[in-house]
Write a protein that binds this ligand. Structure first.
Ligand SMILES: [Zn+2]
Length: 172
């Protein structure tokens, strides 16, 4: 195969049930394609040339068999994933989130769990400080919950998925 800069090409791999499963590199998706482990749903214009044929790198492909997502795909409770869950917006005022707030402060016995953490902006974080919510003028836009289902795929894809993946990420 001809070596070219394919590092920016990624393929969204769907489980046989059409649920998003993972993101594969160009090389990996071509390997899966050649071993008939995936079928192409959407091709990109990027291609890999071998001696006798040209293979389009898929943008979206579906596995020909079902994979049970491993338990390791439980979403880690960290700053980045809290931001993704909260759409990078402050859960008190809606501005751009810049930090994470413990709703019940750690100093008052608040735990570091999904239902006690929210993304928040600098201003609200200053207002909130080490106080309980009812001691401030702030209120939550919605009750924070532990992400369920296919949320983890968002943490793999990040905040800037390929626009052509969009319709296949609805169930995520
Ligand atoms: Zn705010």
């Amino acid at each position: 195969m001809v070596k070219s800069n394919l590092s920016s090409h990624r393929t969204l791999i769907l489980n046989s049930t059409f649920q998003p499963l993972s993101i594969a590199s160009a090389k990996r998706s071509v390997t899966l394609l050649l071993s008939r482990k995936i079928n192409v749903i959407k091709n990109s214009t990027a291609e890999i040339r071998s001696e006798n044929k040209t293979i389009n790198i898929p943008k979206v492909a579906i596995l020909t068999y079902y994979v049970k997502a491993p338990y390791s795909r439980r979403v880690a409770l960290n700053r980045e994933n809290i931001f993704i869950r909260d759409y990078f917006s402050c859960q008190y005022c809606g501005n751009k989130a810049e930090s994470v707030d413990h709703i019940i402060p750690k100093s008052k016995g608040g735990e570091h769990i999904w239902s006690n953490v929210v993304a928040c902006c600098k201003r609200c974080n200053l207002i909130k400080a080490d106080k309980l919510l009812n001691q401030t003028i702030l209120s939550l836009k919605k009750f924070p919950e532990k992400p369920e289902g296919n949320f983890w795929i968002k943490t793999i894809i990040g905040s800037n998925p390929d626009p052509e993946w969009k319709e296949y990420l609805i169930s995520a």
